[in-house]
Design a protein around this ligand. Structure first.
Ligand code: HEM
Length: 163
């Protein structure tokens, strides 16, 4: 049985549920690509929200990037997030958010990006997430592999199942 939502997670309610959609990515060092994406924001009754994400390449349906993390609310305008990637990259973020009942916007800037010895070097990540009318869009920018901070991804997803 699903436990009740922890009160500290109330500002994160707009995120909760199963989201499906698609996106595209680019970076100066790689070929551009298109992907389909599934995201789940869920809770276990504790003061955090869980985040799981997986993507597939549109051209051949093969698994692409995936990541998992946790979000916590700090106060009425600030939240924090940690994300781990199987490629050896870990991001910690502080995000400022605005939520007015109709739309929800959170702008995450990395506090630290840690990488395992064999991972590609990533220095900085920003993630801008907007939700309006059960549609989630995001942009992700990064400074990585010696390139200046710039856009890597944009995507649009629909909420297909509430929490
Ligand atoms: C929807 C999520 C994402 C998708 C679909 C995606 C996809 C890709 C693809 C297809 C490549 C090129 C092939 C490869 O090296 O595997 C790539 C490269 C890369 N991505 Fe992403 N990526 C995603 C998220 C991220 C995130 C969150 C980061 C870092 C925080 C990141 C960092 C990198 C780096 C460092 C490279 C290597 C660039 C190079 O080798 O020159 N990606 N990504």
């Amino acid at each position: 049985m699903q436990p009740p939502l922890h009160q500290a997670c109330l500002p994160l309610v707009p995120l909760l549920g199963l989201w499906r959609g698609s996106g595209n990515g680019h970076y100066p060092t790689i070929d551009s690509f298109e992907y389909s994406e599934e995201i789940v924001f869920a809770h276990v009754g504790k003061p955090f929200v869980t985040y799981t994400q997986k993507t597939k390449r549109v051209s051949d349906g093969q698994p692409l990037h995936s990541e998992q993390g946790f979000l916590r609310v700090v106060d009425s305008t600030v939240m924090e997030m940690v994300i781990a990637q199987p490629t050896g990259i870990v991001e910690t973020h502080v995000g400022s958010f605005v939520s007015n009942g109709e739309s929800f916007i959170v702008n995450f800037d990395s506090v630290e990006v840690a990488t395992t010895p064999s991972a590609k070097p990533v220095e900085q990540v920003s993630r801008l997430v907007r939700i309006e009318n059960d549609e989630l869009t995001y942009d992700l920018s990064m400074a990585a592999v010696g390139e200046k901070f710039q856009h890597h991804l944009e995507a649009k997803l629909q909420r297909v199942q509430p929490d």
